[in-house]
Write a protein that binds this ligand. Sequence first.
Ligand code: GRG
Length: 311
Amino acid sequence: MPKEDSFERYLLARRAEIDAALDSVLPHPPACPPLIAEAMRYSVLAGGKRIRPILTLASAEALMEGQLTAVSIPSDWNQILIGACAIELVHTYSLVHDDLPSMDDDDLRRGRPTAHVVYGEGNAILTGDALLTQAFIALAQPNSTDSPELEHRRVRAIACIAEAAGAGGMVGGQALDLAATGTQSGGTTALRDMHERKTGALIKAAAVCGAILAGGKPQAIETIETYATHLGLAFQIVDDILDVEGKTDELGKTTGKDETNDKSTYPSLHGIERSRVLATEATEASKAALATAGLGGRLAEIADWVLSRTH
Ligand code: GRG
Protein backbone atom coordinates (compact mmCIF):
# COMPACT_ATOMS: atom_id res chain seq x y z
CA MET A 1 0.00 0.00 0.00
CA PRO A 2 2.28 2.84 -1.22
CA LYS A 3 1.66 6.48 -0.18
CA GLU A 4 0.80 9.00 -2.89
CA ASP A 5 0.75 12.76 -2.36
CA SER A 6 -1.88 14.24 -4.69
CA PHE A 7 -5.40 12.81 -5.01
CA GLU A 8 -4.93 12.49 -8.78
CA ARG A 9 -1.84 10.35 -8.25
CA TYR A 10 -3.70 8.36 -5.60
CA LEU A 11 -6.50 7.58 -8.07
CA LEU A 12 -4.07 6.58 -10.81
CA ALA A 13 -2.13 4.29 -8.49
CA ARG A 14 -5.23 2.59 -7.07
CA ARG A 15 -6.76 2.18 -10.56
CA ALA A 16 -3.56 0.52 -11.79
CA GLU A 17 -3.54 -1.79 -8.76
CA ILE A 18 -7.22 -2.69 -9.27
CA ASP A 19 -6.82 -3.28 -13.02
CA ALA A 20 -3.87 -5.63 -12.46
CA ALA A 21 -5.83 -7.53 -9.81
CA LEU A 22 -8.92 -7.73 -12.05
CA ASP A 23 -6.79 -9.18 -14.82
CA SER A 24 -5.60 -11.86 -12.40
CA VAL A 25 -9.09 -12.84 -11.13
CA LEU A 26 -10.72 -13.14 -14.56
CA PRO A 27 -10.73 -16.72 -15.93
CA HIS A 28 -8.72 -17.90 -18.93
CA PRO A 29 -9.32 -20.83 -21.30
CA PRO A 30 -9.26 -23.78 -20.82
CA ALA A 31 -10.95 -23.00 -17.47
CA CYS A 32 -13.82 -21.53 -19.51
CA PRO A 33 -14.72 -21.21 -23.22
CA PRO A 34 -12.62 -18.56 -25.03
CA LEU A 35 -15.68 -16.52 -26.03
CA ILE A 36 -16.87 -16.05 -22.45
CA ALA A 37 -13.34 -15.23 -21.25
CA GLU A 38 -13.04 -12.63 -24.01
CA ALA A 39 -16.47 -11.08 -23.36
CA MET A 40 -15.76 -10.82 -19.61
CA ARG A 41 -12.48 -9.04 -20.27
CA TYR A 42 -14.07 -6.83 -22.92
CA SER A 43 -16.65 -5.60 -20.39
CA VAL A 44 -14.45 -5.33 -17.29
CA LEU A 45 -11.22 -3.99 -18.78
CA ALA A 46 -13.00 -1.29 -20.80
CA GLY A 47 -11.84 1.50 -18.52
CA GLY A 48 -14.55 2.41 -16.02
CA LYS A 49 -13.76 5.02 -13.38
CA ARG A 50 -13.42 2.31 -10.70
CA ILE A 51 -15.20 4.49 -8.12
CA ARG A 52 -16.53 1.49 -6.19
CA PRO A 53 -13.35 -0.59 -5.87
CA ILE A 54 -11.38 2.58 -5.03
CA LEU A 55 -13.94 3.17 -2.29
CA THR A 56 -13.27 -0.34 -0.96
CA LEU A 57 -9.53 0.30 -0.79
CA ALA A 58 -9.90 3.81 0.60
CA SER A 59 -12.28 2.69 3.36
CA ALA A 60 -9.87 -0.05 4.41
CA GLU A 61 -6.95 2.39 4.33
CA ALA A 62 -8.79 5.03 6.36
CA LEU A 63 -9.53 2.51 9.09
CA MET A 64 -6.03 1.07 9.11
CA GLU A 65 -4.43 4.53 9.22
CA GLY A 66 -6.81 5.68 11.95
CA GLN A 67 -6.09 2.52 13.93
CA LEU A 68 -9.80 1.73 13.96
CA THR A 69 -9.18 -1.94 13.23
CA ALA A 70 -8.79 -4.98 15.46
CA VAL A 71 -5.12 -4.55 16.33
CA SER A 72 -4.38 -8.19 17.14
CA ILE A 73 -5.00 -9.49 13.59
CA PRO A 74 -3.24 -7.57 10.80
CA SER A 75 -5.20 -6.85 7.64
CA ASP A 76 -4.34 -8.70 4.45
CA TRP A 77 -4.03 -6.11 1.64
CA ASN A 78 -4.37 -8.77 -1.06
CA GLN A 79 -7.67 -9.92 0.42
CA ILE A 80 -8.92 -6.31 0.49
CA LEU A 81 -7.87 -5.95 -3.16
CA ILE A 82 -9.80 -9.11 -4.08
CA GLY A 83 -12.83 -7.63 -2.29
CA ALA A 84 -12.45 -4.48 -4.42
CA CYS A 85 -12.32 -6.68 -7.56
CA ALA A 86 -15.45 -8.56 -6.49
CA ILE A 87 -17.30 -5.25 -6.22
CA GLU A 88 -16.17 -4.15 -9.70
CA LEU A 89 -17.17 -7.52 -11.20
CA VAL A 90 -20.67 -7.23 -9.72
CA HIS A 91 -20.91 -3.63 -10.94
CA THR A 92 -19.81 -4.59 -14.46
CA TYR A 93 -22.32 -7.45 -14.54
CA SER A 94 -25.07 -4.96 -13.69
CA LEU A 95 -24.00 -2.68 -16.54
CA VAL A 96 -23.90 -5.56 -19.05
CA HIS A 97 -27.41 -6.68 -18.05
CA ASP A 98 -28.77 -3.13 -17.78
CA ASP A 99 -27.69 -2.48 -21.38
CA LEU A 100 -29.59 -5.51 -22.76
CA PRO A 101 -32.44 -4.96 -25.25
CA SER A 102 -34.93 -6.19 -22.63
CA MET A 103 -33.67 -3.61 -20.10
CA ASP A 104 -32.30 -0.20 -21.13
CA ASP A 105 -31.38 -1.31 -24.66
CA ASP A 106 -28.15 0.66 -24.93
CA ASP A 107 -25.49 0.26 -27.56
CA LEU A 108 -22.75 2.37 -25.98
CA ARG A 109 -21.02 1.77 -22.64
CA ARG A 110 -17.63 2.94 -21.39
CA GLY A 111 -17.10 4.47 -24.82
CA ARG A 112 -17.48 1.16 -26.66
CA PRO A 113 -20.28 -0.90 -28.24
CA THR A 114 -22.11 -2.77 -25.48
CA ALA A 115 -21.51 -6.49 -24.86
CA HIS A 116 -24.77 -7.61 -26.53
CA VAL A 117 -23.91 -5.58 -29.66
CA VAL A 118 -20.51 -7.27 -29.93
CA TYR A 119 -21.26 -10.81 -28.68
CA GLY A 120 -25.02 -11.17 -29.16
CA GLU A 121 -27.75 -11.02 -26.54
CA GLY A 122 -27.46 -14.60 -25.29
CA ASN A 123 -23.72 -14.33 -24.76
CA ALA A 124 -24.13 -10.94 -23.04
CA ILE A 125 -26.58 -12.49 -20.56
CA LEU A 126 -24.10 -15.30 -19.91
CA THR A 127 -21.22 -12.82 -19.57
CA GLY A 128 -23.12 -10.93 -16.88
CA ASP A 129 -23.93 -14.20 -15.11
CA ALA A 130 -20.28 -15.23 -15.28
CA LEU A 131 -19.07 -11.86 -13.91
CA LEU A 132 -21.46 -12.05 -10.97
CA THR A 133 -20.37 -15.60 -10.19
CA GLN A 134 -16.67 -14.80 -10.64
CA ALA A 135 -16.93 -12.12 -7.95
CA PHE A 136 -17.83 -14.76 -5.40
CA ILE A 137 -15.37 -17.34 -6.75
CA ALA A 138 -12.59 -14.78 -6.27
CA LEU A 139 -13.60 -13.80 -2.75
CA ALA A 140 -14.36 -17.35 -1.58
CA GLN A 141 -10.99 -18.67 -2.78
CA PRO A 142 -9.40 -20.45 0.20
CA ASN A 143 -6.02 -19.19 1.29
CA SER A 144 -3.80 -21.63 3.17
CA THR A 145 -2.31 -18.85 5.31
CA ASP A 146 -5.69 -17.47 6.43
CA SER A 147 -6.44 -17.34 10.13
CA PRO A 148 -10.04 -18.14 11.22
CA GLU A 149 -10.50 -14.38 11.77
CA LEU A 150 -9.52 -13.55 8.18
CA GLU A 151 -11.82 -16.31 6.91
CA HIS A 152 -14.63 -14.87 9.01
CA ARG A 153 -14.05 -11.42 7.49
CA ARG A 154 -14.21 -12.92 3.99
CA VAL A 155 -17.51 -14.64 4.73
CA ARG A 156 -18.94 -11.37 6.10
CA ALA A 157 -17.74 -9.51 3.00
CA ILE A 158 -19.35 -12.14 0.73
CA ALA A 159 -22.65 -11.77 2.60
CA CYS A 160 -22.43 -7.96 2.42
CA ILE A 161 -21.85 -7.94 -1.36
CA ALA A 162 -24.46 -10.66 -2.06
CA GLU A 163 -27.10 -8.77 -0.11
CA ALA A 164 -26.38 -5.55 -1.99
CA ALA A 165 -26.56 -7.35 -5.35
CA GLY A 166 -29.68 -9.42 -4.65
CA ALA A 167 -33.44 -9.02 -4.55
CA GLY A 168 -33.40 -6.53 -1.68
CA GLY A 169 -30.68 -4.45 -3.37
CA MET A 170 -29.65 -3.95 -6.98
CA VAL A 171 -31.99 -6.52 -8.52
CA GLY A 172 -34.92 -5.14 -6.51
CA GLY A 173 -34.03 -1.58 -7.51
CA GLN A 174 -33.83 -2.56 -11.16
CA ALA A 175 -37.25 -4.22 -10.88
CA LEU A 176 -38.72 -1.01 -9.42
CA ASP A 177 -37.04 0.96 -12.19
CA LEU A 178 -38.49 -1.30 -14.90
CA ALA A 179 -41.95 -0.96 -13.37
CA ALA A 180 -41.68 2.84 -13.27
CA THR A 181 -40.30 3.30 -16.81
CA GLY A 182 -42.64 5.30 -19.00
CA THR A 183 -44.88 6.27 -16.11
CA GLN A 184 -43.14 9.25 -14.40
CA SER A 185 -44.82 7.68 -11.37
CA GLY A 186 -43.83 8.08 -7.73
CA GLY A 187 -42.46 11.07 -5.90
CA THR A 188 -39.17 11.66 -4.16
CA THR A 189 -39.68 8.81 -1.64
CA ALA A 190 -40.27 6.20 -4.34
CA LEU A 191 -37.33 7.55 -6.35
CA ARG A 192 -35.04 7.46 -3.34
CA ASP A 193 -36.06 3.89 -2.45
CA MET A 194 -35.41 2.75 -6.01
CA HIS A 195 -31.98 4.44 -6.11
CA GLU A 196 -30.97 3.24 -2.66
CA ARG A 197 -31.46 -0.31 -3.92
CA LYS A 198 -30.32 0.00 -7.52
CA THR A 199 -27.21 2.17 -7.11
CA GLY A 200 -26.80 2.99 -3.42
CA ALA A 201 -26.66 -0.58 -2.12
CA LEU A 202 -23.54 -1.53 -4.09
CA ILE A 203 -21.77 1.76 -3.32
CA LYS A 204 -22.47 1.17 0.36
CA ALA A 205 -21.31 -2.46 0.09
CA ALA A 206 -18.11 -1.32 -1.64
CA ALA A 207 -17.16 0.86 1.30
CA VAL A 208 -18.44 -1.46 4.02
CA CYS A 209 -16.74 -4.58 2.65
CA GLY A 210 -13.43 -2.66 2.64
CA ALA A 211 -14.03 -1.82 6.29
CA ILE A 212 -14.95 -5.43 7.10
CA LEU A 213 -11.94 -6.91 5.29
CA ALA A 214 -9.65 -4.46 7.08
CA GLY A 215 -11.03 -5.75 10.38
CA GLY A 216 -12.75 -2.48 11.27
CA LYS A 217 -14.20 -2.03 14.72
CA PRO A 218 -18.05 -2.07 14.69
CA GLN A 219 -18.42 1.66 15.29
CA ALA A 220 -15.97 2.47 12.51
CA ILE A 221 -17.88 0.18 10.11
CA GLU A 222 -21.06 2.03 11.06
CA THR A 223 -19.43 5.38 10.24
CA ILE A 224 -18.31 4.05 6.86
CA GLU A 225 -21.87 2.86 6.21
CA THR A 226 -23.33 6.30 7.01
CA TYR A 227 -20.70 8.02 4.86
CA ALA A 228 -21.38 5.68 1.92
CA THR A 229 -25.18 5.99 2.21
CA HIS A 230 -24.96 9.76 1.67
CA LEU A 231 -22.28 9.27 -0.98
CA GLY A 232 -24.53 6.84 -2.90
CA LEU A 233 -27.30 9.42 -2.97
CA ALA A 234 -24.92 12.15 -4.17
CA PHE A 235 -23.62 9.77 -6.87
CA GLN A 236 -27.11 9.07 -8.17
CA ILE A 237 -28.25 12.71 -8.22
CA VAL A 238 -25.08 13.65 -10.13
CA ASP A 239 -25.71 10.73 -12.49
CA ASP A 240 -29.23 12.03 -13.17
CA ILE A 241 -27.87 15.55 -13.80
CA LEU A 242 -25.20 14.20 -16.15
CA ASP A 243 -27.87 12.33 -18.12
CA VAL A 244 -29.39 15.75 -18.84
CA GLU A 245 -26.28 17.90 -19.14
CA GLY A 246 -23.40 15.52 -19.91
CA LYS A 247 -21.88 14.80 -23.29
CA THR A 248 -22.18 11.33 -24.79
CA ASP A 249 -18.52 11.24 -25.90
CA GLU A 250 -17.26 12.31 -22.45
CA LEU A 251 -19.59 9.95 -20.55
CA GLY A 252 -19.00 7.02 -22.89
CA LYS A 253 -22.73 6.20 -22.78
CA THR A 254 -25.86 7.59 -24.40
CA THR A 255 -27.22 10.69 -22.63
CA GLY A 256 -30.84 11.82 -22.48
CA LYS A 257 -32.06 8.26 -21.90
CA ASP A 258 -34.06 9.16 -18.77
CA GLU A 259 -36.18 11.68 -20.64
CA THR A 260 -36.58 9.38 -23.65
CA ASN A 261 -37.76 6.59 -21.34
CA ASP A 262 -39.99 9.01 -19.41
CA LYS A 263 -38.33 8.16 -16.09
CA SER A 264 -38.69 10.02 -12.81
CA THR A 265 -35.30 11.49 -11.93
CA TYR A 266 -34.01 14.16 -9.55
CA PRO A 267 -33.95 16.79 -12.34
CA SER A 268 -37.44 15.83 -13.54
CA LEU A 269 -38.86 16.07 -10.00
CA HIS A 270 -36.81 18.96 -8.61
CA GLY A 271 -35.21 20.77 -11.56
CA ILE A 272 -31.47 20.99 -12.22
CA GLU A 273 -30.60 23.75 -9.74
CA ARG A 274 -32.38 22.12 -6.79
CA SER A 275 -30.84 18.75 -7.76
CA ARG A 276 -27.39 20.33 -7.57
CA VAL A 277 -28.18 21.63 -4.07
CA LEU A 278 -29.41 18.17 -3.00
CA ALA A 279 -26.23 16.53 -4.35
CA THR A 280 -24.08 19.06 -2.48
CA GLU A 281 -26.03 18.48 0.74
CA ALA A 282 -25.62 14.71 0.44
CA THR A 283 -21.87 15.16 -0.13
CA GLU A 284 -21.57 17.42 2.91
CA ALA A 285 -23.50 14.88 4.99
CA SER A 286 -21.11 12.13 3.90
CA LYS A 287 -18.09 14.22 4.91
CA ALA A 288 -19.74 15.22 8.19
CA ALA A 289 -20.05 11.54 9.14
CA LEU A 290 -16.29 11.15 8.64
CA ALA A 291 -15.47 14.33 10.57
CA THR A 292 -17.64 13.35 13.54
CA ALA A 293 -15.82 10.03 13.84
CA GLY A 294 -12.38 11.52 13.14
CA LEU A 295 -11.93 9.37 10.03
CA GLY A 296 -9.36 10.67 7.55
CA GLY A 297 -7.62 9.18 4.54
CA ARG A 298 -8.96 9.81 1.07
CA LEU A 299 -12.68 9.37 1.74
CA ALA A 300 -13.58 13.08 1.87
CA GLU A 301 -11.72 13.68 -1.41
CA ILE A 302 -13.62 10.77 -2.96
CA ALA A 303 -16.89 12.45 -1.93
CA ASP A 304 -15.78 15.70 -3.61
CA TRP A 305 -14.77 13.75 -6.72
CA VAL A 306 -18.18 12.07 -6.94
CA LEU A 307 -19.87 15.48 -6.70
CA SER A 308 -17.68 17.27 -9.24
CA ARG A 309 -17.29 14.47 -11.79
CA THR A 310 -18.17 15.21 -15.40
CA HIS A 311 -18.30 11.56 -16.51
C1 GRG B 1 -29.32 -5.58 -14.20
C2 GRG B 1 -29.57 -6.48 -11.86
C3 GRG B 1 -29.32 -5.37 -12.75
C4 GRG B 1 -29.09 -4.20 -12.22
C5 GRG B 1 -28.75 -3.03 -12.97
C6 GRG B 1 -26.87 -0.41 -11.44
C7 GRG B 1 -27.81 -0.88 -12.46
C8 GRG B 1 -28.77 -1.89 -12.05
C9 GRG B 1 -27.79 -0.46 -13.73
C10 GRG B 1 -26.87 0.54 -14.23
C11 GRG B 1 -27.64 1.55 -14.99
C12 GRG B 1 -27.18 2.87 -14.66
C13 GRG B 1 -26.49 3.57 -15.75
C14 GRG B 1 -27.43 3.37 -13.46
C15 GRG B 1 -27.02 4.69 -13.06
C16 GRG B 1 -25.91 4.68 -12.09
C17 GRG B 1 -24.75 3.92 -12.56
C18 GRG B 1 -24.60 2.55 -12.02
C19 GRG B 1 -23.88 4.45 -13.43
C20 GRG B 1 -22.67 3.78 -13.91
O1 GRG B 1 -21.68 3.76 -12.91
P1 GRG B 1 -20.29 4.49 -13.12
O2 GRG B 1 -20.50 5.91 -13.55
O3 GRG B 1 -19.72 3.65 -14.36
O4 GRG B 1 -19.46 4.30 -11.91
P2 GRG B 1 -18.21 3.24 -14.72
O5 GRG B 1 -18.30 2.85 -16.18
O6 GRG B 1 -17.32 4.42 -14.50
O7 GRG B 1 -17.86 2.07 -13.86
